[in-house]
Ligand binder design. Sequence first.
Ligand SMILES: Cc1cc2nc3c(=O)[nH]c(=O)nc-3n(C[C@H](O)[C@H](O)[C@H](O)COP(=O)(O)OP(=O)(O)OC[C@H]3O[C@@H](n4cnc5c(N)ncnc54)[C@H](O)[C@@H]3O)c2cc1C
Length: 454
Amino acid sequence: MESFDLIVIGSGSGLEISSEAAARGLSVAVVEQGPFGGTCLNRGCIPSKMLIHSADVMETIRGAGRFGIKAEVSAVDWQSIVSRVVNVIDPDARAVEDGNRQSPNITVFKDTGRFVGRKLLEVGGQRITAETIVIAAGSRPAVPRIDGLSDVPFVTTDEALRLPKQPRRLIVIGGGYIAAELAHFFGALGTEVTIVEIAPRMLLQEDDDVGGRFTEIYRKRFTLLLNTAVRQARRQDGEIVLEADSEGRRQTLASDTLLVAVGRIPNTDLLDAAATGVTLNERGFLKVDEYLETEVPGIWALGDVVGRFQLKHSANLEAAYAAHNIFQPKHKVAVDYHAMPHAAFASPQVAGVGMTEREAAARKLPYASTIYEYSDTAYGSSIEDSDGFVKALANRETKEILGCHIIGSEASILIQEVANAMRMRLTTDAITQSIYVHPALPEVVQRAFASLPL
Ligand SMILES: Cc1cc2nc3c(=O)[nH]c(=O)nc-3n(C[C@H](O)[C@H](O)[C@H](O)COP(=O)(O)OP(=O)(O)OC[C@H]3O[C@@H](n4cnc5c(N)ncnc54)[C@H](O)[C@@H]3O)c2cc1C
């Protein structure tokens, strides 16, 4: 059995801690079963956004006529779209792994780790132990229980970002962020997309106004089946056939490709995390305290495996806190999640921070809310964004910014200033009293906050 000062399981955000430990001269084991860099680099944020950029370029060309430019797309070169991504991602992942292997204080274990005792891990036939262990093992796509699903060749996001051939038709099961993004990617490039969602609208976690508008837009763009539950899957005549219950009716759907995007489950089972004595919640996520320590002193956890937010910037934030709390145990700091923004890089983009109106109402806060359309601003109308709006929420009595929800062009960028102001606990004055470049798009954010009846 080999002993280390620190073991990190998972080479996503966990690497922030292993590299800091190695820089402090500690002996570190990094355990990773797949490519280095984790989900974000290999199967998540980065490849999906690279692919989506190709879809955005396509949309720009297709919409060019509105701006007096006659343009046509002569072909979609699928192989070069995918290889552009692979050629960036794979060398990056190898570089991260090489960097770890070259560090004199880090030992890399390239295999699946499994707990076999309290602080004892078995990996690749070896046993390793450490007083301090960081579980940053992430999550993987959930697969719903659907009769016959395991007998059809469905894909999840693990495969969908590297398909060798563009699907002619695609059914997406799910209506969350990832489903919305990938429907946009495939759809913009010419795949015929059907989205099947069990809920009455898409992006269920968004503010109702944003989710509602998004659903209307996707209904026009794609075949969108809401309130629809897939009951059975089978292969028939070379196709994937689904039987679904849709608003009281049985529907039969057929496609050449099926993408299952119904959420993600933590990798705690693969790790046999319970064998360490740590506690899992009913959905398999690791229970941690406000400092990110599990119920076993010295075992820490962060990121998707904890599941507070399944976002890369949240995992990175937690890694920074965990590093601080591990290396400065006398000055531990509770994680401050206030003003955690998020974005979906669909078309239109969607982004949000803070409370939805429903949450503000449920908490009985004295809130004010308003919606400001992009088209009522100079830049919004010049780019002809007739769908976009900013919804602002603030406390009527204190002017505290409670939340902001945006749908439309560059929503992922516009949300940042509100997230920054909220994070600094500033009031709406931080936005309404600032000077904005005219006629730039952020004016829509300022106008939304300025029109709040405070
Ligand atoms: C398609 C897609 C798009 C996304 N887009 C965004 C986005 O735009 N913005 C955003 O903020 N987030 C996005 N996310 C979410 C983001 O990728 C994750 O929240 C983030 O990567 C989680 O980081 P992590 O360090 O917790 O886990 P991971 O990065 O998943 O790292 C965990 C690592 O642990 C390894 N591992 C697991 N179990 C074991 C074991 N037993 N032994 C050894 N190794 C193990 C895994 O192989 C993995 O490499 C997206 C996710 C997906 C799937």
